[in-house]
Write a protein that binds this ligand. Structure first.
Ligand SMILES: [Zn+2]
Length: 477
């Protein structure tokens, strides 16, 4: 027996968790992500998982994003005490992300109690900073392109997914012992392999090393975030240029909800290029995220993950991740001081879907002002505040307060760290042999249904759209 159970990201883009169970009943959890978005998705994080936590012996992480790692402290709180595997860069980034998440969980609960808008009284954090520290004690690192053996005749091997620092696709192999003897007279043996794409990056990322061609596998679990879309062909720096020109013309404050890892740095990289080329003046720019400065130092440590040289990063005049009018805030007081900031100026702050973090305070403060431009540069899950704003909401509720939207809201999808339909298809076409089945996950039902029909039509492969908590026996296929 070798089964897969889809415990998240099955018809949604968040909550990635897939449990592979063997005959011993124990098994491996691939990713351990938080559901993010609206209330219904957040509630899923509070439901107990439909598996025994003691059955999870190992966890293999594809990358550090919260929707792939953010449930780990909750699992530890529920009794997990096995091993968590990831690449060295993923470990460093995950530490920042989980510590930030633990802190935010505590802050949000406190804020809700103080302002009495909690649905459950008192509001509790999903987990605490203390539980995050305990979780980090279970981590082990594994480099790409080196097979790691695990108990229960399983092993895994990473390859580059080109999505963020440290990101991977993971190929899991299980040795099966069906009854009877093989032709050599020894007990028969066969292997079953399953490749998890992880979040797939772009064919030509801004500066990350591009993803690798996938290895052969019997089954593929593939992401489908943009399964029905094609990203713009225009250089993202040029698209950003057009928006900054508008900011300058209107003396506007540009608010960019962006993740502190990679996206904030990509935006800095493009702004640096525009200033270096003399296309825009030195616009005052604040990165209001305590995580961003720390993460920027990881670019030097993990120079094998990207194409910026260590020499460039060390020289202030040459560093593409810096410019003279760029500031990083650390304290809450520094962040609050930005409330009085006059345009033209740029504030980059997390989170990217405006589901939490300091960006909520900036949006609450500036959405009602017509001189505000809000720019989304990534995927906006249904029910997230970002999704409402992108779709033209006239009023939004932040911290229990109704806020009229007078700001201009814009979107640039070309900054996306996810493949679009063509790029996913190109990756699948690189598989050395057709898989027995492709499971499409990490996409809402619309996009993954479109991608399913494209794969069936172009490649003639068997494609499934697993439902949340569905179990599939891979040995029976
Ligand atoms: Zn991701």
């Amino acid at each position: 027996m070798f089964t897969i159970q889809f415990l998240g990201a099955a018809g949604q883009v968040t909550g990635s968790k897939y449990f592979l169970r063997t005959t011993t009943h124990r098994g491996l959890l691939l990713d351990c992500g938080l559901f993010q978005g609206g209330r219904a998705l957040n509630d899923l994080n509070w439901n107990p998982l439909p598996i025994q936590i003691s059955d999870v012996a190992n966890i293999v992480l594809t990358h550090a994003h919260l929707d792939h790692t953010g449930y780990l402290p909750r699992l530890v709180k529920s009794g997990f005490s096995g091993q968590v595997w990831c690449t060295p860069a993923t470990l460093d980034v995950t530490q920042y992300i989980l510590r930030d998440s633990g802190h935010l969980q505590e802050e949000d609960a406190k804020h809700a109690n103080r302002h009495s808008y909690a649905r459950h009284k008192p509001a509790l954090p999903l987990y605490t900073s203390e539980e995050v520290e305990k979780t980090l004690g279970f981590f082990h690192v594994q480099d790409r392109h080196s097979k790691k053996s695990l108990p229960d005749d399983m092993s895994f091997e990473y390859s580059n997914a080109g999505h963020i620092l440290g990101s991977c696709s993971a190929r899991i192999e299980k040795i099966e012992m069906p009854s009877g003897l093989g032709i050599d007279g020894n007990p028969a043996k066969r292997t079953i392999s399953i490749l998890f794409s992880g979040d797939l990056g772009r064919e030509k990322p801004i500066y990350l090393k591009p993803r690798e061609a996938p290895p052969a596998a019997d089954f593929v679990v593939c992401e489908s975030t943009y399964g029905d879309k094609f990203h713009s062909q225009i250089d993202p720096t040029e698209e950003l240029f057009a928006i900054v020109k508008e900011v300058l013309a209107k003396n506007a404050v540009l608010l960019i909800p962006a993740f502190a890892v990679d996206r904030a740095q990509e935006l800095i990289f493009c702004l640096n290029a525009l200033m270096r080329d003399g296309k825009i003046p030195a616009v005052p720019t604040w990165v209001d995220s305590p995580m961003a400065t720390e993460v920027t130092s990881l670019y030097e440590k993990y120079s094998n993950e990207h194409t910026i040289s260590s020499e460039e990063l060390k020289e202030p005049d040459k560093n593409p991740l810096s410019f003279p009018s760029l500031h990083f805030t650390q304290t809450v007081e520094e962040s609050k001081r930005l409330n009085d900031l006059k345009g033209p100026a740029i504030i980059i702050s997390a989170s990217g879907m405006a589901t939490g973090g300091r960006i909520l305070h900036h949006l609450a403060n500036r959405l009602n002002r017509p001189e505000t431009i809000v720019l989304f540069t990534g995927y906006q899950a249904t029910e997230s505040l970002g999704h409402d704003l992108v779709n033209g909401a006239k009023t939004v509720t932040i911290f229990g307060q109704k806020i009229p939207v007078a700001a201009t809201v814009q979107t640039l999808t070309n900054f996306s760290a996810h493949s679009d339909q063509r790029e996913i298809m190109d990756w699948l076409k690189q598989l050395p042999t057709p898989p027995k089945r492709v499971f499409l996950t990490h996409g809402e039902d619309g996009p993954r249904t479109v991608l399913k029909s494209v794969i069936e039509k172009e490649l003639g492969w068997n494609v499934a759209l697993p439902k949340l908590n569905e179990i599939v026996d891979l040995t029976a296929l």
